[in-house]
Design a protein around this ligand. Structure first.
Ligand SMILES: Nc1nc2c(ncn2[C@@H]2O[C@H](COP(=O)(O)OP(=O)(O)OP(=O)(O)O)[C@@H](O)[C@H]2O)c(=O)[nH]1
Length: 600
């Protein structure tokens, strides 16, 4: 195909500004899907996405559109809008020449509009501003365009005004894509270089590799070579997503599509890698992108030790379709054998947990999540810590470092003070304020990631009655006065309850945590001391008094049905308990650590 008829683009937007609806509308108008399919929002095909109404994985789809008698091939590469999935946004953008910046006609520019627009500008893309939802009864179109100009620097005159839901202005979107987004460059007879921008596992065909050909041509039946590790593979099929997989003979420069080859596992595909031909390979790989780094970790343990292998299988299955989720076996004195799981952020963690719960019947105990820390040891080595339990003795640590996130908030003017206070309470460093118009402002802070991942978003929403938005980007590690806080139950350390806290907050958190544990753990036949300690120094203590015998026996005496109910209930509750020494600790107690972090 002549590259002059190809356009590759993404739609970038803040969550809920209508990206999926617009994508579907483009497919509908070009005849790629039917009215019925349109209603079903075909681009979001994972259940979890549907439930939560967010796009998680980047997708690609090829649309054919006739303009002035010529058929154009428009490749839309979908991107997620949530902060946890930034890396997916940038990798999708690397496969495009242009982007539609979609903005809600009432809500205007929001935190992720800014972050995603900047990512597109950085990737050197042509950007078309599209104001969506013009059918809403109340809109602020002119103000919204001013906001785009002030904060993103894009001129308002060429902006489009559409309603994705009602199909207003969609042909203008097609025309603007053809007119303003440059066609891809690249020669058809050059040595093949194709960028791998995604992959997925299909139960029938195995690994599907998503590619964007930069130059050269790839034919079915050829042998390809992955430039990252030199591995070779026979190409069984090439094709495009229309949006169903449609095979074709070859993919040329600028084209976006898929390869089905002999690759067995998703772990063998590296997103950002370059595909070339085994015969006549390209000399230099395309610039790739950094691997996503897992920043939030938690432990997952089967309640019943015999479920360990089953849990491993389930986690493995999940990782097949999501290479950014990691898991490794670990053991805990308190919880036995389980896995340490790594996620890009809290939303990513919730999504994985939800999938685990939906797809399996293993009863799990999950520990409170923590972020990754970095240590500079006295022997000069650096060490990443994804489990508080692995922090060495204070004597071996020269510097304790925590991840720092540059965080941008867009909030109504009247809430600026509240947000600044919230950030100050969380050890934030003020960077800047910029007004988007008379009513709203963007405030930028550098905040420890550990202070924002758990609940900053909820706090922001409640402080601004839902109007504030935020976005963050990790900018590195910084030294901080951090300590490991241990929890002792009846004099014994419970490793799964250890946390890393800032020294200035340790006592308060310790007190609050032991108080909470006292509530969560039921009384036993003996007294239980609950203590928080830093090294050998106890900083907080509560005592759970012993159960007085036969109290319940007296109350519930004769009624056997009632007793049975009680026993059944107890059995249910026991499922999510772990016996630790003589003490039974329920699942909720392990999450108290998280609740305490949220209390601040
Ligand atoms: N009134 C009106 N509502 C719209 C329009 N476009 C989208 N919506 C609604 O806005 C909501 C969000 O739309 P989506 O297309 O799911 O938004 P999205 O940007 O893809 O959201 P994420 O997948 O979470 O990033 C849905 O309820 C849509 O029906 C529009 O033009 N007008």
């Amino acid at each position: 195909m002549d590259t002059k008829y190809i356009r590759n683009f993404s739609i970038v937007a803040h969550i809920d500004h209508g990206k999926s609806t617009l994508a579907d509308q483009l497919l509908l108008l070009s005849g790629a899907i039917t009215q019925r399919e349109f209603k079903e929002q075909i681009l979001d095909d994972l259940d979890v996405e549907k439930e939560r109404g967010i796009t998680v994985k980047a997708r690609a789809v090829t649309i054919h559109y006739t303009h002035e008698g010529e058929v154009y091939e428009l490749n839309l590469i979908d991107t997620p809008g949530h902060v946890d999935f930034h890396y997916e946004v940038s990798r999708s953008l690397a496969a495009c020449e242009g982007a539609l910046l979609l903005i809600d006609a009432f809500q205007g520019v929001q935190a992720q509009s800014v972050a995603n627009a900047y990512a597109a500008i950085e990737a050197d893309l042509s950007i078309i501003t599209v104001v969506n939802k013009i059918d809403l009864p109340v809109t602020r179109i002119e103000e919204v365009l001013e906001e785009v100009e002030t904060i993103i620097g894009l001129p308002p005159d060429e902006a489009l005004r559409v309603s994705a839901k009602q199909g207003i202005g969609i042909h203008d979107v097609f025309k603007a894509i053809i007119k303003h987004i440059p066609p891809p460059a690249g020669l058809a007879d050059a040595p093949l270089r194709a960028l791998v921008f995604d992959s997925k596992y299909d139960n029938y065909r195995g690994v599907i590799t998503y590619i964007r050909v930069k130059e050269g041509t790839l034919h079915k039946g050829q042998t390809i070579k992955f430039m990252n590790d030199g591995s070779k593979s026979h190409v069984i099929e090439v094709g495009q997503f229309c949006p169903k997989m449609v095979s074709c003979d070859s993919l040329g420069p600028g084209q976006v599509g898929y390869i089905v080859s002999g690759v067995k596992t998703l772990g063998d595909i590296h997103v950002g890698d370059t595909v070339t031909l085994a015969e006549n390979p390209a000399e230099k790989a395309l610039p790739g992108y950094a691997k996503p780094q897992q920043m939030v970790f938690c432990g997952m343990y089967p309640i019943d030790a015999t479920d360990f292998e089953k849990l491993r299988d389930e986690l493995h299955k999940l990782s097949l379709n999501d290479a950014s989720f990691t898991f490794a076996p670990e053991s805990s004195d308190a919880l036995g054998f389980g896995f340490r799981c790594g996620f890009l952020g809290m939303l990513h963690m919730e999504i994985i947990q939800q999938r685990l719960e939906q797809e399996q019947e293993i009863d799990l105990i999950q520990t409170a999540p923590n972020v990754t820390y970095e240590l500079l040891l006295t022997n000069g080595q650096t060490q990443l810590i994804d489990n508080p339990e692995n922090v060495p003795d204070a004597g071996q640590i020269q510097e304790f470092r925590e991840p720092i996130a540059k965080t941008a908030f867009i909030v109504p003017g009247e809430n600026i003070g509240t947000i600044m206070q919230l950030c100050a309470d969380r050890r934030g460093i003020y960077k800047s304020t910029e007004y988007l118009g008379p009513l709203r402002a963007q405030i930028v802070y550098e905040l420890p990631l550990g202070e924002i991942v758990y609940d900053m978003h909820d706090r922001l929403k409640s402080a601004t009655r839902g109007y504030g938005t935020m976005d963050y980007e990790i900018i590195g590690f910084k030294e901080s006065d951090l300590v490991k806080m241990d929890i002792l139950v009846k004099g014994v350390k419970v490793d799964a309850l250890a946390t890393i806290v800032h020294r200035s907050e340790a006592e308060r958190r310790g007190r609050s945590l032991v108080k909470r544990l006292k509530k969560e753990i039921s009384k036993h036949q003996f007294e239980i001391a609950l203590q928080a300690a830093i090294g050998a120094r106890v900083i907080a203590r509560e005592t759970l008094s012993a159960l007085r015998k036969n109290v319940t026996a007296k109350c519930y005496g004769g009624d056997i049905t009632r007793k049975r109910k009680l026993w059944a209930k107890q059995k249910e509750g026991k499922k999510r308990m772990k016996q630790f020494g003589q003490v039974e600790i329920p699942q909720k107690a392990f999450l108290s650590v998280l609740d305490v972090a949220k209390e601040d």
